[in-house]
Design a protein around this ligand. Structure first.
Ligand code: COA
Length: 348
């Protein structure tokens, strides 16, 4: 039985995974022209996790997905959707491999390329699939290994990004249920494509053979313009998502912003009129984990009690493209992980 709002996506499980290797600011300052003080004060980051050689996005994604399925108490979903900007290969998509590693060969599986907004785009996509009636459960994963695409010599990007994965199981349900996703606001502006881009390796500038500049294969960022656009677009998108949900700022218990930079998150919260205690953050110890940022933050906040059943959460993201998106969510009563430690374990 559904309400007048129709079938809604309901969160029924969450999980996350982090590589074990901790990279401190001091480690980066040993070979880059930067300091621990600069990185902390300009970004809020003290350390991040980076994969070691041999570990790829699918490894993190499968580990997070496995934990989300266990939390949901199911091993059966109808689709696996992976938001990532760092697929294991340019072709094919990484989601089918992740699905197979989870024992889900045969289900629909595809990647979403909306960079740091990918998880919110994935929520909207999964919600549509569930509302259409052809899918009853979707595993949505946000996973990225930016350490594999940042230029280790570029201090403007190397200090910001970390690797990780987060996942949710979404099932078809009712708007009145705890865990129900609200309306999603999504947007993009291709005129801002050069804010964050890997120039080579795609169809416009294909491979190292035809590219003179090695740097073109790394992620390049116009940090300052990215910063300004992130603050503006995330604030506007969050405002629209609130309006569509019929919420006001006073209804929000927790703000879950994409962890691009601690100062960006603070600026967006201030623009929205949120109080200092409302934004959740994990950037200090994981950096900007791109598409993994929001589900990883949700998983950690759920595990350590910062996010409680019934909390009304406002979620907002901005990413390269440019893309942005926001939505609302009432946090469900899920089994507590009990241990806010999502380190990859052997064999995952
Ligand atoms: N260490 C020390 N100095 C650094 C540095 C680093 N790691 N990175 C940049 N600088 C320098 C710059 O070269 C510049 O020096 P100058 O004044 O001599 O030219 C100075 O610091 C200020 O640079 P600016 O780019 O204005 O700094 P900022 O305060 O905007 O911080 C970012 C830079 C990248 C941290 C910030 O712009 C940012 O977070 N942008 C958004 C990133 C993002 O969200 N990316 C992912 C998309 S979701």
């Amino acid at each position: 039985m559904t309400t007048a709002f129709g079938v809604r996506a309901v969160v029924s499980g969450i999980g996350a995974a982090l590589p074990r290797r901790v990279v401190t600011n001091a480690e980066l300052a040993a070979y880059l022209d930067t300091t621990d003080a600069w990185i902390r004060s300009r970004t809020g980051i003290a350390s991040r996790r980076w994969v070691t050689a041999g570990t790829a996005t699918a490894d993190l994604a499968a580990a997070a997905g496995r934990r989300a399925l266990a939390c949901a108490g199911t091993d059966a979903v109808d689709a696996v959707v992976l938001a990532t900007a760092t697929p294991d290969h340019p072709v094919p998509a990484t989601a089918p491999e992740v699905a197979t590693r989870l024992g889900l060969s045969g289900v629909a599986a595809f990647d979403i390329a909306a960079v740091c907004s990918g998880f919110v785009y994935g929520l909207a996509t999964a919600a549509g699939m569930l509302a259409g009636g052809d899918f009853r459960r979707v595993l949505l994963i946000g996973a990225d290994t930016y350490s594999t695409i940042v230029d280790p010599k570029d201090r403007t990007t190397a200090v910001i990004f970390g690797d990780g994965a987060g996942a949710v199981v979404l099932r078809a349900g009712d708007a009145a249920e705890s865990g129900a996703l609200g309306p999603c606001d999504l947007g993009s502006d291709g005129r801002l494509a050069d804010l964050g881009m890997i120039p080579a390796g795609g169809s416009r500038q294909r491979s190292a053979n035809v590219t003179a500049v090695a740097e073109d294969h790394y992620f390049q960022m116009r940090g300052n313009d990215m910063y300004r656009n992130a603050v503006q677009r995330m604030s506007e998108s969050a405002g629209r998502a609130l309006e569509r949900a019929g919420w006001t700022v006073a209804d929000v218990d927790r703000f879950v912003p994409h962890q691009a930079n601690a100062r960006i998150a603070t600026a967006v919260a201030e623009r929205l009129g949120l109080t200092a205690g409302q934004p959740l953050s994990n950037i200090e110890h994981v950096g900007n984990t791109a598409a993994a940022s929001i589900p990883l933050l949700l998983a950690q906040a759920h595990a350590d009690g910062r996010l409680r059943p019934g909390d009304r959460a406002l979620v907002a993201a901005f990413g390269s493209g440019a893309t942005w998106g926001a939505t609302t969510l009432v946090w469900p009563d899920l089994p507590a992980d009990g241990e806010p430690d999502f380190d990859l374990t052997d064999g995952e």
